[in-house]
Design a protein around this ligand. Structure first.
Ligand code: HEM
Length: 403
């Protein structure tokens, strides 16, 4: 048997076949090329748990200031704290961190539950639906749009534009026309909302940012826009994927689903394992600020380095039998929300939404089955997961509870 060579190991994060199943490629990268280089696409990639963790931790070596995505993605977003390092990032994050404390997020639970009930009511009588189109895409979008202060009539547009912002053509890093259009629409609508809220503030995040104090001054429209774009992009698709992936994996593992249905206090463990097993954000990019020696190679200063969350979360050096979905897994930490100074601000909210969604789904449609022939995946930058999740279940009566 010949030793494996790295010559045939190609990782293109935009290849549609990678979106179907990146895990065999990740396994090869961790073993054969832990400091992987793709010269055609001009990036490096780290795939082992410890290396990915360290990449997020060591922001001085792996800066966010020169881009956190491959290709020209930065050209269609408004600059925000996610593309900064401390101390600039710290100052901006401080302005908004208060909106995501345990108390503030906990207070959203009744609203998240009422919304969940309302969405489930629209299809429980039907006995079948695409759970993403009818539920998983709608809940996070409604929650984050409302938090930002967008009226209900905007929610569908904001969700559709956000999805289009992230969608990419097969194998190609460069932005498709639809992403440019979506960006123009999102920016235009948020600038209108900011102007409206400057005149008539409400109880929402945009209004709070308008009066926030940044070292003795108010934020500009561009800075508030940066927050709005970051929160809508961060809060929508990722949480949608988390909910859908968790439902999908529990359907595939009926014994574990039975455990969770019998004891709903196990739902958070199922959500955590789903975050590890099918991480909605598969990677973020950074740029090196110095030469780094790693695994016998030199990653030069100024290189784009992808920190592969999806690969690190399947590293057998860190997780026993990582290819097994196991809600009983004892897990100190996973990488799904990143790590360090940019650790996901919405992690608590995402966990809340997923828990409530699972609690209500298990109450209302406990016997759901997935029609695997209709399952498909998204083709996006960073975000991975399901695009469609057709399910069947025993029909029941709506509860008629309004949010
Ligand atoms: C399952 C759902 C989610 C996943 C997997 C996820 C993942 C991530 C990851 C990996 C990062 C780190 C980015 C980096 O290091 O460059 C991040 C940052 C961030 N996330 Fe999330 N996210 C989720 C939900 C949310 C939600 C619901 C919100 C909004 C409320 C949100 C808002 C943010 C923000 C604002 C940042 C930037 C923080 C900073 O730059 O300091 N995320 N997220």
């Amino acid at each position: 048997m010949t030793a494996p060579t790295t010559s045939s190991l190609v990782y293109n994060p935009f290849a549609y076949e990678i979106h179907e199943d990146p895990y065999p490629t990740y396994a090869r990268m961790r073993e054969e090329a832990p400091a992987y280089h793709n010269p055609e696409m001009d990036f490096w990639a780290l795939s082992r748990f410890d290396d990915v963790l360290n990449g997020y931790r060591d922001w001085e070596t792996f800066t966010s200031t020169l881009g956190i995505a491959l290709g020209d993605a930065e050209s269609i977003t408004a600059p925000s704290m996610i593309g900064m390092d401390p101390p600039d990032q710290t100052k901006l994050r401080k302005l908004i961190v208060r909106a995501f404390t345990p108390t503030r997020v906990g207070a959203l639970e009744p609203r998240v539950r009422a919304l969940t009930t309302r969405f489930l009511d629209t299809f429980v009588e039907e006995g079948a639906c695409d759970l993403i189109a009818r539920f998983a895409a709608l809940l996070p979008s409604d929650v984050i749009s409302t938090l930002l202060g967008a009226p209900p009539s905007d929610h569908d547009n904001l969700r559709i534009w956000t999805a289009a912002l992230l969608t990419r053509d097969d194998g190609v890093a460069q932005l498709p026309e639809a992403a440019h259009d979506a960006s123009k629409n999102l920016i235009g609508r948020f600038l209108e909302l900011i102007a409206e809220k400057r005149k008539r503030p409400g109880e929402d995040l945009i209004s709070a940012l308008i009066v926030a104090d940044l070292e003795g001054r108010r934020l500009s429209d561009a800075e508030i826009l940066g927050f709005a774009m970051l929160l809508i992009a961060g809060g929508n698709e990722t949480t949608e994927k988390l909910i859908a992936n968790t439902v999908h994996q529990l359907a595939r593992h009926p014994d574990q689903r039975a455990t969770v249905i019998a004891d709903p206090s196990r739902i958070p463990a199922a959500v955590e394992e789903s975050l590890r097993y099918r991480s909605p954000t598969q990677y973020m990019a950074r740029t090196t600020t110095r030469d780094i020696e790693m695994h016998g190679r030199t990653i030069p200063k100024g290189a784009t380095v992808m920190l592969l969350i999806g690969a690190g979360n399947h590293d057998p050096r860190h997780f026993d039998a990582p290819e097994r979905f196991d809600i009983d897994r004892v897990m100190e930490r996973h990488l799904a929300f990143g790590f360090g100074v940019h650790f996901c601000l919405g992690a608590r909210l995402a966990r809340l939404e997923a828990r409530v969604a699972l609690e209500e789904i298990h109450q209302r449609l406990p016997d759901y089955e997935v029609d695997e022939s209709g399952v498909s995946v998204v083709h996006a930058t960073n975000v991975a997961g399901l695009a469609t999740l057709p399910i069947r279940f025993t029909p029941s009566e709506p509860r008629g509870q309004a949010a």
